[in-house]
Write a protein that binds this ligand. Structure first.
Ligand SMILES: NC(=[NH2+])NCCC[C@H](N)C(=O)O
Ligand SMILES: O=C(O)CCC(=O)C(=O)O
Ligand SMILES: [Fe+2]
Length: 343
Protein backbone atom coordinates (compact mmCIF):
# COMPACT_ATOMS: atom_id res chain seq x y z
CA UNK A 1 0.00 0.00 0.00
CA UNK A 2 0.94 3.63 -0.27
CA UNK A 3 2.02 5.01 3.13
CA UNK A 4 2.60 8.48 4.47
CA UNK A 5 4.28 8.41 7.88
CA UNK A 6 4.33 11.65 9.79
CA UNK A 7 7.61 12.64 11.43
CA UNK A 8 7.71 13.90 15.01
CA UNK A 9 7.78 17.50 13.80
CA UNK A 10 4.90 16.81 11.34
CA UNK A 11 2.85 15.52 14.26
CA UNK A 12 3.68 18.56 16.37
CA UNK A 13 2.62 20.85 13.50
CA UNK A 14 -0.64 18.97 12.97
CA UNK A 15 -1.40 18.98 16.70
CA UNK A 16 -0.88 22.75 16.94
CA UNK A 17 -3.15 23.36 13.94
CA UNK A 18 -5.87 21.10 15.33
CA UNK A 19 -5.65 22.71 18.78
CA UNK A 20 -6.18 26.18 17.33
CA UNK A 21 -9.19 24.96 15.32
CA UNK A 22 -10.73 23.13 18.27
CA UNK A 23 -11.17 26.48 19.99
CA UNK A 24 -12.96 27.94 16.93
CA UNK A 25 -15.22 25.10 15.80
CA UNK A 26 -17.30 22.69 17.82
CA UNK A 27 -17.89 20.14 15.08
CA UNK A 28 -16.66 19.37 11.57
CA UNK A 29 -20.29 19.66 10.44
CA UNK A 30 -20.14 23.44 11.02
CA UNK A 31 -20.81 24.95 7.55
CA UNK A 32 -18.11 27.56 8.14
CA UNK A 33 -15.52 24.90 8.82
CA UNK A 34 -16.72 22.89 5.82
CA UNK A 35 -16.26 25.92 3.59
CA UNK A 36 -12.82 26.84 5.00
CA UNK A 37 -11.39 23.34 5.33
CA UNK A 38 -9.59 23.25 2.00
CA UNK A 39 -7.77 26.48 2.79
CA UNK A 40 -6.95 25.41 6.34
CA UNK A 41 -5.67 22.08 5.03
CA UNK A 42 -2.84 23.97 3.34
CA UNK A 43 -1.46 24.48 6.83
CA UNK A 44 -0.96 20.73 7.33
CA UNK A 45 2.66 19.51 7.18
CA UNK A 46 4.12 19.67 3.70
CA UNK A 47 5.06 15.97 3.53
CA UNK A 48 1.45 15.02 4.21
CA UNK A 49 0.15 17.39 1.53
CA UNK A 50 2.72 16.14 -0.97
CA UNK A 51 1.93 12.50 -0.19
CA UNK A 52 -1.80 12.89 -0.63
CA UNK A 53 -1.26 14.81 -3.87
CA UNK A 54 0.85 11.95 -5.20
CA UNK A 55 -1.82 9.42 -4.16
CA UNK A 56 -4.52 11.45 -5.90
CA UNK A 57 -2.65 12.18 -9.12
CA UNK A 58 -0.60 9.07 -9.82
CA UNK A 59 -2.97 6.42 -8.38
CA UNK A 60 -0.04 4.35 -7.13
CA UNK A 61 -2.20 1.93 -5.12
CA UNK A 62 -5.87 1.55 -4.12
CA UNK A 63 -4.97 2.25 -0.48
CA UNK A 64 -3.20 5.08 1.27
CA UNK A 65 -2.46 4.96 5.00
CA UNK A 66 -1.50 8.09 6.91
CA UNK A 67 0.32 7.02 10.07
CA UNK A 68 1.80 8.76 13.07
CA UNK A 69 -1.06 10.86 14.41
CA UNK A 70 -1.47 10.17 18.14
CA UNK A 71 -4.66 10.02 20.12
CA UNK A 72 -5.44 9.54 23.77
CA UNK A 73 -7.68 6.53 24.32
CA UNK A 74 -9.01 7.87 27.63
CA UNK A 75 -9.89 11.28 26.28
CA UNK A 76 -12.11 10.02 23.44
CA UNK A 77 -14.27 8.22 26.01
CA UNK A 78 -16.23 5.00 25.54
CA UNK A 79 -17.28 3.74 22.12
CA UNK A 80 -20.94 4.80 21.78
CA UNK A 81 -23.74 2.26 21.37
CA UNK A 82 -25.38 3.88 18.33
CA UNK A 83 -24.46 6.63 15.85
CA UNK A 84 -27.73 8.38 16.58
CA UNK A 85 -26.37 9.23 20.05
CA UNK A 86 -23.06 10.81 19.10
CA UNK A 87 -23.38 13.18 16.15
CA UNK A 88 -23.75 16.46 18.03
CA UNK A 89 -21.46 19.29 19.00
CA UNK A 90 -19.85 17.70 22.01
CA UNK A 91 -17.92 14.89 20.47
CA UNK A 92 -14.85 14.03 22.56
CA UNK A 93 -13.23 13.16 19.23
CA UNK A 94 -13.29 16.74 17.93
CA UNK A 95 -9.50 16.89 17.48
CA UNK A 96 -9.42 13.59 15.57
CA UNK A 97 -12.45 14.61 13.50
CA UNK A 98 -10.75 17.88 12.51
CA UNK A 99 -7.46 16.21 11.58
CA UNK A 100 -9.25 13.56 9.53
CA UNK A 101 -11.49 16.08 7.75
CA UNK A 102 -8.51 18.28 6.84
CA UNK A 103 -6.58 15.33 5.38
CA UNK A 104 -9.67 14.37 3.37
CA UNK A 105 -9.92 17.93 2.06
CA UNK A 106 -6.61 17.44 0.28
CA UNK A 107 -8.17 14.70 -1.86
CA UNK A 108 -11.49 16.40 -2.58
CA UNK A 109 -14.70 17.55 -0.93
CA UNK A 110 -16.52 15.38 1.62
CA UNK A 111 -20.21 14.82 0.85
CA UNK A 112 -23.14 13.59 2.94
CA UNK A 113 -25.90 11.22 1.85
CA UNK A 114 -29.34 12.34 2.98
CA UNK A 115 -30.16 8.65 3.45
CA UNK A 116 -27.19 7.73 5.66
CA UNK A 117 -26.62 8.47 9.36
CA UNK A 118 -29.08 11.38 9.47
CA UNK A 119 -27.35 13.13 6.58
CA UNK A 120 -24.07 13.68 8.42
CA UNK A 121 -20.76 14.28 6.69
CA UNK A 122 -18.77 12.33 9.25
CA UNK A 123 -20.03 8.81 9.90
CA UNK A 124 -19.28 6.59 12.86
CA UNK A 125 -18.46 2.95 12.26
CA UNK A 126 -18.67 0.76 15.37
CA UNK A 127 -20.61 -2.39 16.20
CA UNK A 128 -24.29 -1.84 16.99
CA UNK A 129 -26.00 -4.64 18.86
CA UNK A 130 -29.12 -4.81 16.67
CA UNK A 131 -26.91 -4.98 13.56
CA UNK A 132 -24.64 -7.85 14.67
CA UNK A 133 -25.53 -10.10 11.76
CA UNK A 134 -26.14 -7.40 9.13
CA UNK A 135 -24.10 -6.50 6.06
CA UNK A 136 -23.48 -3.04 7.53
CA UNK A 137 -20.39 -1.23 8.73
CA UNK A 138 -22.06 -1.50 12.15
CA UNK A 139 -22.24 -5.31 11.94
CA UNK A 140 -19.70 -7.58 13.65
CA UNK A 141 -20.39 -11.33 13.67
CA UNK A 142 -20.50 -11.67 9.89
CA UNK A 143 -17.79 -11.02 7.37
CA UNK A 144 -18.57 -7.64 5.77
CA UNK A 145 -18.26 -8.77 2.17
CA UNK A 146 -16.02 -6.67 -0.05
CA UNK A 147 -17.53 -3.84 -2.03
CA UNK A 148 -17.06 -0.56 -3.79
CA UNK A 149 -18.63 1.94 -1.40
CA UNK A 150 -22.15 2.94 -2.50
CA UNK A 151 -21.59 1.02 -5.75
CA UNK A 152 -25.29 1.22 -6.64
CA UNK A 153 -25.23 5.02 -6.58
CA UNK A 154 -24.41 7.04 -9.72
CA UNK A 155 -22.86 9.69 -7.43
CA UNK A 156 -20.75 7.36 -5.29
CA UNK A 157 -17.51 9.08 -4.33
CA UNK A 158 -13.94 8.78 -5.53
CA UNK A 159 -12.56 8.06 -2.06
CA UNK A 160 -13.68 6.59 1.22
CA UNK A 161 -11.74 7.70 4.28
CA UNK A 162 -11.64 5.68 7.48
CA UNK A 163 -9.98 7.00 10.62
CA UNK A 164 -9.24 4.51 13.37
CA UNK A 165 -10.08 5.69 16.88
CA UNK A 166 -9.78 2.28 18.49
CA UNK A 167 -9.28 -1.29 17.30
CA UNK A 168 -8.44 -3.35 20.39
CA UNK A 169 -8.52 -6.76 18.71
CA UNK A 170 -6.73 -5.67 15.56
CA UNK A 171 -9.70 -6.47 13.32
CA UNK A 172 -8.72 -6.35 9.66
CA UNK A 173 -10.19 -4.09 7.04
CA UNK A 174 -10.02 -6.24 3.92
CA UNK A 175 -9.13 -5.00 0.47
CA UNK A 176 -8.77 -6.23 -3.07
CA UNK A 177 -8.30 -4.92 -6.58
CA UNK A 178 -7.42 -5.91 -10.12
CA UNK A 179 -3.71 -5.19 -9.54
CA UNK A 180 -1.69 -8.01 -11.04
CA UNK A 181 -4.81 -9.69 -12.44
CA UNK A 182 -5.48 -9.88 -16.14
CA UNK A 183 -8.97 -10.92 -17.08
CA UNK A 184 -9.69 -12.43 -20.51
CA UNK A 185 -10.60 -9.76 -23.12
CA UNK A 186 -14.07 -11.17 -23.76
CA UNK A 187 -14.85 -11.10 -20.03
CA UNK A 188 -13.68 -7.48 -19.78
CA UNK A 189 -15.84 -6.52 -22.73
CA UNK A 190 -18.95 -7.99 -21.12
CA UNK A 191 -18.14 -6.36 -17.76
CA UNK A 192 -18.00 -2.97 -19.49
CA UNK A 193 -21.63 -3.30 -20.54
CA UNK A 194 -24.67 -2.29 -18.46
CA UNK A 195 -25.83 -5.83 -17.76
CA UNK A 196 -25.44 -6.10 -13.97
CA UNK A 197 -28.44 -5.15 -11.83
CA UNK A 198 -27.40 -3.85 -8.40
CA UNK A 199 -29.52 -3.09 -5.33
CA UNK A 200 -28.82 -0.38 -2.74
CA UNK A 201 -27.03 -1.73 0.34
CA UNK A 202 -29.06 -1.72 3.58
CA UNK A 203 -27.35 1.35 5.08
CA UNK A 204 -29.42 3.61 2.77
CA UNK A 205 -32.80 2.06 3.44
CA UNK A 206 -35.56 3.87 5.34
CA UNK A 207 -35.42 1.13 8.01
CA UNK A 208 -32.27 2.88 9.27
CA UNK A 209 -33.79 6.35 9.26
CA UNK A 210 -33.54 8.14 12.61
CA UNK A 211 -33.89 11.86 13.41
CA UNK A 212 -35.28 14.08 10.70
CA UNK A 213 -35.08 17.42 12.47
CA UNK A 214 -37.91 19.90 12.01
CA UNK A 215 -37.15 21.52 8.65
CA UNK A 216 -40.18 20.65 6.53
CA UNK A 217 -38.41 21.19 3.19
CA UNK A 218 -35.48 19.00 4.19
CA UNK A 219 -37.82 16.29 5.37
CA UNK A 220 -39.62 16.28 2.03
CA UNK A 221 -36.35 16.10 0.12
CA UNK A 222 -35.26 13.22 2.29
CA UNK A 223 -38.60 11.46 1.75
CA UNK A 224 -37.94 11.71 -1.96
CA UNK A 225 -34.45 10.22 -1.64
CA UNK A 226 -35.79 7.31 0.36
CA UNK A 227 -38.48 6.74 -2.26
CA UNK A 228 -35.87 6.68 -4.98
CA UNK A 229 -33.80 4.18 -2.98
CA UNK A 230 -36.74 1.88 -2.31
CA UNK A 231 -37.67 2.07 -6.00
CA UNK A 232 -34.14 0.93 -6.89
CA UNK A 233 -34.38 -1.83 -4.30
CA UNK A 234 -37.56 -3.11 -5.98
CA UNK A 235 -36.28 -2.58 -9.54
CA UNK A 236 -32.46 -2.69 -9.54
CA UNK A 237 -30.83 -0.92 -12.46
CA UNK A 238 -28.25 -2.71 -14.56
CA UNK A 239 -24.80 -1.11 -14.35
CA UNK A 240 -21.39 -1.74 -15.92
CA UNK A 241 -18.86 -3.32 -13.55
CA UNK A 242 -15.78 -1.97 -15.38
CA UNK A 243 -15.27 1.49 -16.87
CA UNK A 244 -12.52 3.95 -17.66
CA UNK A 245 -9.02 3.09 -18.88
CA UNK A 246 -8.75 0.16 -21.27
CA UNK A 247 -5.66 -1.39 -19.72
CA UNK A 248 -6.33 -0.74 -16.07
CA UNK A 249 -10.10 -0.34 -15.69
CA UNK A 250 -11.97 1.15 -12.75
CA UNK A 251 -14.38 -0.94 -10.68
CA UNK A 252 -18.02 -0.65 -9.69
CA UNK A 253 -19.45 -3.63 -7.84
CA UNK A 254 -20.87 -4.95 -4.60
CA UNK A 255 -21.47 -8.63 -5.40
CA UNK A 256 -23.57 -9.28 -2.29
CA UNK A 257 -26.22 -6.95 -3.72
CA UNK A 258 -25.94 -8.05 -7.34
CA UNK A 259 -27.83 -10.70 -9.18
CA UNK A 260 -27.66 -11.26 -12.91
CA UNK A 261 -30.90 -12.63 -14.40
CA UNK A 262 -30.87 -16.23 -15.58
CA UNK A 263 -31.65 -14.90 -19.04
CA UNK A 264 -28.10 -13.51 -19.30
CA UNK A 265 -25.72 -16.41 -18.54
CA UNK A 266 -22.83 -14.65 -20.32
CA UNK A 267 -23.01 -11.70 -17.89
CA UNK A 268 -23.42 -14.06 -14.93
CA UNK A 269 -20.27 -15.93 -15.93
CA UNK A 270 -18.30 -12.71 -16.40
CA UNK A 271 -19.33 -11.45 -12.96
CA UNK A 272 -18.41 -14.79 -11.45
CA UNK A 273 -14.96 -14.58 -13.06
CA UNK A 274 -14.10 -11.15 -11.72
CA UNK A 275 -15.50 -11.91 -8.25
CA UNK A 276 -13.39 -15.08 -8.00
CA UNK A 277 -10.29 -13.24 -9.25
CA UNK A 278 -10.64 -10.47 -6.67
CA UNK A 279 -11.55 -12.98 -3.95
CA UNK A 280 -8.37 -14.92 -4.55
CA UNK A 281 -6.26 -11.83 -3.93
CA UNK A 282 -8.02 -10.33 -0.91
CA UNK A 283 -5.75 -9.20 1.89
CA UNK A 284 -6.26 -7.31 5.10
CA UNK A 285 -4.88 -4.49 7.17
CA UNK A 286 -5.61 -3.84 10.84
CA UNK A 287 -5.81 -0.09 11.40
CA UNK A 288 -4.15 1.27 14.51
CA UNK A 289 -5.56 4.13 16.58
CA UNK A 290 -4.69 7.45 14.96
CA UNK A 291 -4.18 5.98 11.48
CA UNK A 292 -6.21 7.28 8.56
CA UNK A 293 -6.94 5.04 5.58
CA UNK A 294 -8.00 6.45 2.23
CA UNK A 295 -9.45 3.94 -0.20
CA UNK A 296 -9.50 4.77 -3.88
CA UNK A 297 -13.13 3.82 -4.48
CA UNK A 298 -12.55 3.40 -8.25
CA UNK A 299 -9.56 1.13 -7.89
CA UNK A 300 -10.05 -1.02 -4.81
CA UNK A 301 -12.76 -2.92 -3.00
CA UNK A 302 -12.87 -3.24 0.78
CA UNK A 303 -14.73 -5.00 3.57
CA UNK A 304 -14.13 -6.13 7.15
CA UNK A 305 -13.40 -9.42 8.87
CA UNK A 306 -15.95 -10.71 11.40
CA UNK A 307 -15.29 -10.13 15.09
CA UNK A 308 -16.80 -10.57 18.51
CA UNK A 309 -18.17 -7.24 19.72
CA UNK A 310 -18.35 -6.48 23.45
CA UNK A 311 -20.92 -3.65 23.53
CA UNK A 312 -19.34 -2.30 26.73
CA UNK A 313 -17.76 0.92 25.46
CA UNK A 314 -14.42 -0.67 24.52
CA UNK A 315 -15.35 -1.75 20.98
CA UNK A 316 -13.61 -0.99 17.72
CA UNK A 317 -14.45 2.54 16.52
CA UNK A 318 -13.74 4.16 13.15
CA UNK A 319 -15.02 7.37 11.59
CA UNK A 320 -15.78 7.61 7.88
CA UNK A 321 -15.89 10.28 5.18
CA UNK A 322 -17.05 10.02 1.56
CA UNK A 323 -14.90 12.28 -0.59
CA UNK A 324 -15.77 13.55 -4.07
CA UNK A 325 -13.19 14.95 -6.48
CA UNK A 326 -15.81 16.89 -8.41
CA UNK A 327 -18.78 18.25 -6.50
CA UNK A 328 -20.46 19.32 -9.73
CA UNK A 329 -21.23 15.73 -10.64
CA UNK A 330 -23.89 15.80 -7.94
CA UNK A 331 -24.96 19.44 -8.31
CA UNK A 332 -28.42 18.53 -9.62
CA UNK A 333 -29.04 16.60 -6.39
CA UNK A 334 -27.82 19.22 -3.93
CA UNK A 335 -29.70 22.36 -2.92
CA UNK A 336 -26.94 24.89 -3.56
CA UNK A 337 -23.52 24.88 -5.19
CA UNK A 338 -21.73 24.50 -1.88
CA UNK A 339 -24.27 22.42 0.04
CA UNK A 340 -22.76 18.98 0.70
CA UNK A 341 -25.84 16.83 1.13
CA UNK A 342 -26.88 14.67 -1.79
CA UNK A 343 -30.66 14.14 -1.96
N1 LIG B 1 -21.35 -5.87 0.72
C1 LIG B 1 -21.77 -5.04 1.62
N2 LIG B 1 -21.92 -5.42 2.85
N3 LIG B 1 -22.06 -3.79 1.24
C2 LIG B 1 -22.53 -2.76 2.18
C3 LIG B 1 -21.39 -2.06 2.86
C4 LIG B 1 -21.73 -1.36 4.13
C5 LIG B 1 -22.29 0.03 4.00
N4 LIG B 1 -21.45 0.88 3.19
C6 LIG B 1 -22.51 0.68 5.37
O1 LIG B 1 -22.34 1.82 5.52
O2 LIG B 1 -22.88 0.07 6.31
O1 LIG C 1 -14.91 -1.55 9.32
C1 LIG C 1 -14.17 -1.50 8.34
O2 LIG C 1 -12.97 -1.72 8.43
C2 LIG C 1 -14.74 -1.17 6.99
C3 LIG C 1 -16.18 -0.74 7.08
C4 LIG C 1 -16.82 -0.48 5.75
O3 LIG C 1 -16.52 -1.02 4.75
C5 LIG C 1 -17.91 0.47 5.68
O4 LIG C 1 -18.26 1.05 6.72
O5 LIG C 1 -18.44 0.66 4.58
FE1 LIG D 1 -17.43 0.14 3.00
Amino acid sequence: MFRIDLSASDVAEADALVASLASRYRTVEDPEFVREATVIAHELPRALRAGLLEFRLTEPHPLCVVGGYRLDDDRIGPTPAHWKDCGGEDRPTLAEDLFFYLCASLLGDPIAWSTQQDGRLLHDVFPIKEHQYEQLGSGSEELLTWHIEDAFHPMRTDYVGLMCLRNPDGVNTTYGSLEGISLPDDVVEVLRQERFPIRPDRSHLAANRQNDGDDEQLRRLRDRSYEWISGLDAHPEPIAVLFGPQEDPYLRLDPYFMEVPASDPEAAAALDTIVKAIDAAITGYALKPGEVLFLDNYRGTHGREPFKARFDGTDRWLTRLNIARDLRKSRAHRRTADDRTIY
